[in-house]
Design a protein around this ligand. Structure first.
Ligand code: FES
Length: 135
């Protein structure tokens, strides 16, 4: 089976224009940040399922080359947990049908995913990884 890459490295200008616009991290009020993990517990190439926010939103927290990123854990194609998938380069591959998302933008990166995943702002304070859940 051949999976059609929708964006790939360097991206597709059309798809990239659909990327969600997040506020600058230093403009997000403190009350929206939640400590979800220790940075030293998630090495490069690793990920962790976490929950954050008033509604305990399911989130996959990823370390890609030392930078942390967070997307909604539930695949936008069907019901699957992305934290059971695999980080490949700067994409996360869904375990169910092999669709993929860009870790930085949540944009679809491989079919059958066609809807972007929600992106959460992430910061590291000391050894704490904090995710902002915006209203
Ligand atoms: S459920 Fe994720 S690609 Fe189908």
């Amino acid at each position: 089976m051949i999976l059609k890459r929708l964006t790939g490295r360097g991206g597709d200008d059309n798809a990239r224009s659909q990327a969600p616009q997040l506020p600058p991290i230093d403009e997000i009020p403190e009350e929206y940040f939640h400590t979800v993990a220790k940075a030293t517990d998630i090495g490069p190439g690793e990920m962790k399922y976490v929950e954050a926010g008033k509604k305990d939103e399911p989130i996959v927290l990823m370390n890609v080359d030392g930078e942390f990123y967070a997307l909604t854990d539930t695949c936008t194609h069907e019901e699957a947990s992305l934290s059971d998938g695999e980080i490949i380069g700067d994409e996360i591959e869904c375990p169910l049908h092999g669709g993929a998302f860009e870790v930085r933008t949540g944009l679809p990166a491989a079919f059958p995913v066609v809807v972007a995943a929600k992106v959460y702002p992430v910061r590291v304070v000391g050894d704490d990884v904090q995710i902002a859940v915006l209203p």
